[in-house]
Design a protein around this ligand. Structure first.
Ligand code: AKB
Length: 316
């Protein structure tokens, strides 16, 4: 059967890269990119695009009806930092958008659905190091508890209605092709842009704030690997932990200095994103992803820093 893949929220940090990876695998015409805004340059020139508002039930229904997708990736979301400024809007987008897609997945018999969760589902009472798949979860950001509630809905639709939903708790994602939009881990992308442009960066997190991160190439590979995994191997229909690589702002700055010796980092005090970062795990245990769908990380910190600087300096 030919695949028809609908990517909702295609203009964002993950969507930009995922659409091009999926178009390489399935062919341009099989991947319908969609977003509430006009397409980015890359997406516009490589295949079909639909304007979609996930909160608009009829508009989204029309797009499902028109394309009859076999797979859907729902990436539209408000992230942690912006979510704290617009809590009701974040809850609405992150929840209502998901419920619309889950309902249409049932109605249109979509074969597989992907929905991203996050390390933000953990909270101050979760174990901070090697945070396990199953543990206390008391997220204290709207983004975090919208993702945790979303995970519960995903598992519910799988168990009650047979929706083949797959999900990853992404760490902070770092890539050079697209910018992040409104997260707590965004510093780890901005730092590269500023290092190349100005040789210095003022970080909004403190020097020793460790967070789990992942290079975008690994994140895209993980996403497609999970979607390709045989359904019978997957025991988790909420969302899989993914460890990535954990580091602090001081550690990434030291790694950048190896390539750009004059680079300087300073730290801004009293940024509200510090409290969010402090409530999240410092490292993650992803044993289930390794065992159930063969996950292996490729990019450690030095390899990621080198690849970011090489590629960003070509496009900057
Ligand atoms: C954020 O910082 O909000 C996101 C995330 C970790 O989910 N990058």
């Amino acid at each position: 059967m030919t695949e028809k893949i609908l990517v909702i929220g295609a203009n964002g940090q993950i969507g930009t890269e995922l659409v091009s990876a999926l178009r390489n695998i399935y062919g341009a015409d099989s991947v319908i990119a969609s977003d509430i805004k006009s397409p980015t340059y890359a997406i516009r020139h490589t295949g079909p695009f639909e304007i979609v508002n996930v909160l608009d039930h009829d508009n989204l229904h029309h797009v499902f009806n028109k394309h009859k997708p076999t797979q859907v990736y729902l990436l539209a979301a408000i992230l942690s930092a912006v979510g704290e400024q617009k809590p009701k809007m974040a809850w609405d987008l992150n929840m209502t958008g998901l419920l619309h897609v889950l309902d249409f997945a049932v109605e249109f018999k979509v074969k597989k659905v992907f929905w991203p969760s996050s390390i933000a589902v953990f909270g101050p009472h979760s174990p901070q190091y090697d945070t396990p798949q199953y543990c206390v979860m008391d997220p204290n950001t709207v983004y975090g508890f919208s993702k945790l509630a979303g995970e519960r809905w995903c598992e519910y639709y799988h168990d009650k209605y047979g929706v083949d939903i797959r999900s990853i708790r992404y760490p902070g994602l770092i890539g050079w092709r697209a910018n992040p939009g409104g997260g707590t881990t965004d510093y780890a992308v901005h730092i590269f842009h500023e290092a190349l442009k100005n040789n210095k960066y003022e970080c909004f997190l403190s020097a020793n704030t460790a967070l789990p991160m992942m290079y975008m190439d690994d994140a895209i590979r993980a996403t497609i690997a999970l979607m390709d995994a045989p359904a019978e191997n997957l025991t988790i229909r909420s969302s899989y932990n993914l460890a990535g690589v954990s580091f602090t702002p001081a550690q990434i700055a030291d790694e950048i200095k190896k390539v750009i010796p004059g680079f300087e980092i300073s730290y801004a005090a009293n940024d509200p994103r510090q409290a969010i970062a402090d409530s999240w795990p410092k490292s993650i245990d992803d044993t289930y992803a390794q065992k159930e769908w063969g996950w292996r990380l490729e990019y450690d910190l030095p390899k990621m820093v080198e690849d970011m600087l090489v590629n960003l300096s070509k496009v900057a």
